[in-house]
Design a protein around this ligand. Sequence first.
Ligand code: ZN
Length: 150
Amino acid sequence: MKEAKVIAIVNREVKKLRAVLALQKWRLIIDYGEVGDDLGGRTSSANCRVNPGAHRMWITFDPEKFESEEEVVEILRHELLHIFHAELLTMFEMMSQFITDSQTQNTMEVQFQFVCEAIDSRVETMLDIGLGLDTKKLLRIAEKKYGYKR
Ligand SMILES: [Zn+2]
């Protein structure tokens, strides 16, 4: 997908998703460019970093890896949901300081990323299936409740 289109979709939907997920106090820095594979070797269309102490999140989207508008919005929600377990990152980074062996460090990073993705996946399942609040529904709620226009 063209970068301009991805930017337009993200810009149109990010405020709504932040509002409905109650993440307005987080500062988002969104960037567009190439995103490499994750630590487990899986292809990623976006990635994020978080600094929970500063309420900041950086998201990078790789426009070439998106084929539909729906995909962009789903990934935007996915990345935002990583904020819900952001403090785990702080704890992990603190604990990592005590690991001097790089192989152990790498193994822990891969495992940590796996844990974060598993948590995110469960929250997505809870929203989509448990609560019936899929991304489209969340956007409609935000439009209605907070007055955002389509
Ligand atoms: Zn993720």
